[in-house]
Design a protein around this ligand. Structure first.
Ligand code: GRF
Length: 203
C-alpha cells in the first residue's frame, strides 16, 4: 500500500481526517509519518494519540534551507515514503525539493485557486465579499499555490455567515475532499498533462 508522509505545522485537523479515512479503509493508503517543523503544534499530540510516528524537524536547527530540506529528505527515505501530503505546512519548499518529488507532493488550499492564494485565504475571500469560495487540492510545483488541480469543490457564502461559520464549512469540506483526492492518487488514477490533471478509470 502506498505510504504518505503528512507535513503539518499547526492544528492538524486534516491530518486527523486522513488518519481516520485510512483507518476506516475509505482511503486505501497508509499515513506512515508526520513531519512537523513546530514542536508546540497540536498535530504532534494528534499523531501520538493515533500511533503515527512523528518527526520534528526545526528550520532553526539548520544553517540554511538546503540543509533543512536534506534533513527532510533523509527522514522520508528512512521511512520509505512514496508521496508527501501538505496539510497546513507553513514553510515553502524549494524548487530543488519539489523537483525531487515531482508530482508526488500534494497540497490543500482553502479557496478556489487561483483566487485567494496565500496563508489567509478564508479571511481574504470573506473580506472580499465573495458569494462562492471553496477548497482546492493540487499538485505542488515550484510556485506557491499554483500546481495542477486535482479536485475543487465550492462552498456558498450565505448572508448570515461570519468568518467563523465560513471557516467551519471550509474545514468540513476539506476533511471530505482531501481523502478523496489522495485516494485517486493512491489508486494510480491521476495523470498530469501540463496544467491538467486527468482522472482515469479505476484499474
Ligand atoms: C487548512 O485550512 C488547509 O487548507 C491549509 O491549512 C489549514 C490547515 O488546517 N493549507 P489543519 O491544521 O489541518 O487543521
Amino acid at each position: 500500500m502506498i505510504k504518505f508522509a503528512v507535513f503539518a505545522s499547526g492544528r492538524g485537523s486534516n491530518f486527523s481526517a486522513l488518519v481516520q479515512s485510512a483507518r476506516r479503509g475509505t482511503l486505501k493508503a497508509r499515513i506512515a509519518l508526520l513531519v512537523c517543523d513546530n514542536p508546540d503544534a497540536l498535530v504532534i499530540r494528534r499523531a501520538a494519540a493515533a500511533g503515527v510516528p512523528a518527526v520534528i524537524v526545526r528550520r532553526e536547527d539548520f544553517a540554511g534551507r538546503a540543509a533543512f530540506e536534506d534533513a527532510l529528505i533523509s527522514t522520508l527515505e528512512r521511512h520509505a515514503v512514496d508521496a508527501i501530503v501538505l496539510a497546513g505546512f507553513m514553510r515553502l519548499l524549494s524548487p530543488r525539493f519539489v523537483a525531487r518529488y515531482k508530482n508526488r507532493i500534494i497540497n490543500i488550499h482553502p479557496a478556489l485557486l487561483p483566487a485567494f492564494k496565500g496563508a489567509h485565504a478564508i479571511k481574504d475571500a470573506f473580506d472580499y465579499g465573495v458569494k462562492v469560495t471553496g477548497v482546492t487540492v493540487h499538485f505542488v510545483d515550484e510556485k506557491t499555490d499554483h500546481g495542477p488541480i486535482i479536485l475543487q469543490e465550492s462552498v456558498a457564502v450565505a448572508a448570515r455567515d461570519t468568518l467563523a461559520t465560513l471557516e467551519k464549512k471550509i474545514h468540513k469540506l476539506e476533511h471530505r475532499l482531501y481523502p478523496r483526492a489522495l485516494g485517486l492518487f493512491a489508486g494510480g488514477r491521476l495523470k498530469v498533462r501540463g496544467r491538467r490533471v486527468i482522472i482515469g478509470l479505476r484499474a
